[in-house]
Ligand binder design. Structure first.
Ligand SMILES: NC(=O)C1=CN([C@@H]2O[C@H](COP(=O)(O)OP(=O)(O)OC[C@H]3O[C@@H](n4cnc5c(N)ncnc54)[C@H](O)[C@@H]3O)[C@@H](O)[C@H]2O)C=CC1
Ligand SMILES: O=C([O-])CC(=O)C(=O)O
Length: 327
């Protein structure tokens, strides 16, 4: 039998964890031929609930699930990890300033980056889901100097999938007919969902929708969808976030479908004027286990301004965590 892949999931007892773990164990993360060992990392208060989830995972008798271990110590939790899904984070609570939020998360993602640096497998791939995802990923990456920076990514795939669905609904097309949408920038309300290169059943999306729909409907709907879900559900997106995490890692490991691209927040190499080192969302393809930024796209003035605004927010977040001594 193939050696199992070690998958560490933080925040395993949370909402996203509950929607995610069963899909990983069933083979949807890495493929139907790849056995997995789950390593669940929680804070001490979350361990009992994680044990309950582990009991349910056992009760599914998944043929690909080769073991489950539960930890409350990051050093142990990331030992030997091949894939790490960093879901657990400190949510913003009432009265909390942005600096407080960044500081609280720095206290989580700094030590987790160090633990990854110390003990993860050589092929470690990290996806940060916990918000503020891009900057949390940057903090973790900066604490893992021995791991290639490109192995740290943050999730904008949920935004990408939301954009696909909105454009499909508007044009009456199937989601599978849409290609080459992009989410640029930060996983926040400043993100820029870009349809200027997108096609719908082979036709330019811009021939099917007008600028006023983009500006007053599509962009704000996608960018504020997380808040709309919280408002409607009374809890934040969990199953759709878990689904997007599966999509992101599955593509990263197995490659994106021929020719088409998706969106992921990866370390910038300076492409499209995004400062080098920031973890920003780009149009990406995955090939041979690596993300590559799609190059050579024309960026019109409207897109330029939107990308710049979101990237400016990432620069601000980076400077704030620098100022706090977190990186
Ligand atoms: N990037 C994206 O597209 C999305 C990101 N999110 C974010 O994902 C995160 C998790 O969301 P939910 O599962 O709904 O939250 P949740 O509150 O249900 O669960 C979070 C879990 O993380 C655990 N946790 C906290 N600190 C930890 C630490 N240091 N180590 C290990 N575990 C820790 C908590 O005990 C809790 O069980 C939030 O930050 C949320 O904002 C949510 C949806 C989409
Ligand atoms: O704000 C949140 O916790 C949820 C979130 O990121 C999203 O749904 O995009």
């Amino acid at each position: 039998m193939t050696t199992p892949v070690n998958v560490t999931v933080t925040g395993a007892a949370g909402q996203i964890g509950y929607a995610l773990l069963f899909r990983i164990a069933s083979g949807q993360l890495l493929g139907a031929d790849t056995p997995v060992k789950l390593r669940l990392l929680e804070i001490p208060q979350g361990v009992k609930a994680a044990e309950g989830t582990a009991m349910e995972l056992e009760d599914c008798a998944f043929p690909l699930l080769a073991g489950i271990d539960i930890f409350d110590d990051p050093k142990a939790g990331f030992e030997g990890a091949n894939v790490a899904l960093l879901v657990g984070a400190r949510p913003r609570t009432k009265g909390m300033e942005r600096g407080d939020l960044l500081e609280a998360n720095g206290g989580i993602f700094g030590p987790q980056g160090e633990a990854i640096n110390a003990g993860a497998a050589d092929d470690i791939r990290v996806l940060v889901v916990g918000n503020p995802a891009n900057t949390n990923a940057l903090i973790a990456q900066q604490h893992a100097p021995d791991v290639p920076a490109e192995r740290f990514t943050a999730m904008t795939r949920l935004d990408h999938n939301r954009a696909l669905s909105q454009l499909a609904a508007k044009t009456g097309a199937a989601v599978s007919d849409i290609a080459d949408l992009t989410i640029w920038g930060n996983h926040s309300a400043t993100q820029y969902p870009d349809v200027f290169h997108a096609t719908v059943a082979g036709k330019a999306a811009t021939e099917l929708v007008d600028q006023s729909w983009l500006e007053s409907d599509f962009i704000p709907t996608v960018a504020k969808r997380g808040a709309a879900i919280i408002e409607a559900r009374g809890a934040s997106s969990a199953a759709s976030a878990a689904n997007a995490a599966i999509d992101h890692v599955h593509d990263w490991v197995n490659g994106t479908a021929d020719g088409s691209w998706t969106s992921a927040a990866i370390v910038s190499d300076g492409s499209y004027g995004v400062p080098e080192g920031l973890i920003s969302s780009f149009p990406v393809r995955a090939k041979d286990g690596k993300w590559e930024i799609v190059q050579g796209l024309e960026v019109n003035d409207f897109s330029r301004a939107k990308i710049d605004a979101s990237v400016a927010e990432l620069v601000e977040e980076r400077d704030a965590v620098k100022g706090l001594g977190l990186i």
